[in-house]
Design a protein around this ligand. Structure first.
Ligand SMILES: [Zn+2]
Length: 402
């Protein structure tokens, strides 16, 4: 044996020992990787849906953020299966409590089916009856993937009941809306249940004030119009933001009004502001939207990135008109009776509750609960009534095309 072959022999023996060591350790290594693999995976915790004959919203909820891909399969008459749309969620497992098949049968979708496509992928398949359009987007905290589909549907319930005021680009002529059927107005009192919203220094909770205002507004609108008025909640209960939007769409609503009370770290911050859905450059508006969405400003940027695809220009223009009319009426009503009321104007921000609304929609921030004078006023029915009068006068004006 020369030095060279002796060296090889030592190396082989070392490699041999290493292999034995690895063989012994292998089960331990596998267990470790399997465990970390499981903990790194997201779990699909629920699949829910809301629908009417022209609209369906399917929401897949997960316990953490995941990446996903969606595909709409082409019509294939050669296979006798319905046309399908599916979402593949990476690194996900199906929760054991999930109902794997959900019958929808609303004329747009037949079924939603959830399954473990492979060890690392959950696939949610929608069996299609007939759809015209779809949108997919994600919301954060909790992470959920929202699929909105629309189509002509069976009874045409999505047909707009009013033609909202249209401003011509050249002339300043405003055409009056033509009333075709009884209007539906959806009032959305912000927060509720385990979500108190903002709390004042003396303990007043946003969720209680918004519910009170919502009920007063319902009464006021029922007196002033013959509209059907629907509320997203009528008691102290938690309703997820995407469900509130879905309720308005399912009702085929003509107007959507979300009621909130503002808050700021600056004790002196005060005033009333009205919002429509859009991307925002304003840091304060972004912080507000993040708080109202129970998410972070960083998470908002994911949504803003795709927001232009999610909002229709027509509905945005109508929302601007609605927000301006309601805001002006609201401020004038309150200023007549109260001193020092500040109008912070009509602004825009990416509020989750407005994403996917299929009607003119506005979110109102009615004073600052963090301001001691505002908090005191928000405890008074007279103050709330004055705001409600302003809002309902504005809605009537908008509906009449004034
Ligand atoms: Zn709020």
């Amino acid at each position: 044996m020369n030095i060279y072959s002796a060296g090889i022999s030592v190396m082989l023996r070392v490699v041999g020992h290493l292999l034995i060591l690895l063989t012994l350790l292998a089960p331990l290594l596998l267990v470790t990787s399997a465990e970390s693999g499981t903990s790194a995976r997201s779990k699909v915790t629920s699949v829910r849906h809301w629908s009417n004959p022209s609209y369906t919203r399917v929401v897949i909820q997960l316990d953490r953020k995941s990446t996903y891909k969606s595909h709409l399969l082409r019509k294939d008459v050669s296979i006798k299966k319905p046309r399908r749309f599916y979402v593949d969620i990476d690194g996900a497992v199906l929760g054991s409590e999930i109902k794997k098949t959900i019958n929808i049968n609303d004329g747009l979708l037949k079924k939603a089916r959830a399954g473990q496509y492979n060890p690392k992928t959950v696939r949610v398949v929608l069996d299609i009856e007939s759809i015209d359009d779809y949108k997919v987007f994600a919301l954060s905290n909790p992470y959920r993937i929202v699929i909105d589909v629309s189509g002509k549907g069976g009874n045409g319930s999505s047909v707009a009941a009013i033609t909202p005021p249209v401003r011509s680009a050249k002339k300043t002529v405003i055409t009056k809306p033509r009333v075709k059927k009884r209007l539906t107005i959806v009032i959305d009192p912000g927060h509720g249940g385990r979500d108190p919203g903002a709390t004042g220094r003396r303990g007043l909770k946003e969720k209680d004030v918004t519910l009170k205002i919502g009920k007063m507004l319902r009464e006021s609108l029922r007196k002033k119009t013959d509209a059907k008025v629907v509320m997203t909640r009528t008691r102290d209960v938690y309703v997820p933001l995407e469900e509130r939007t879905a309720i308005a769409n399912r009702e085929g609503a003509d107007l959507f009004i979300s009621i909130h009370i503002n808050a700021s770290r600056k004790r002196k911050a005060t005033g009333i502001e009205s919002y429509i859905l859009n991307v925002s450059e304003d840091a304060e508006s972004k912080r507000l939207a993040a708080r109202e969405n129970s998410t972070s400003v960083e998470d908002l940027s994911d949504l803003e990135f795709i927001l232009n695809d999610l909002i229709s220009k027509v509905k945005t223009n109508d929302s601007v008109v609605l927000a301006n009319i309601v805001h002006t009426s609201l401020i004038s009503s309150v200023k007549k009776k109260y001193r020092g009321v500040k109008s912070n104007g009509v602004k825009q921000a990416p509020f989750y509750v407005l994403v996917g609304t299929r009607m003119p929609a506005v979110l109102l921030e009615l004073s600052f609960i963090s301001n001691s004078r505002d908090e005191k006023r928000l405890r008074s029915d007279k103050y709330l009534g004055t705001m409600v009068k302003g809002i309902s006068d504005g809605v009537v004006k908008y509906v009449k095309g004034a």
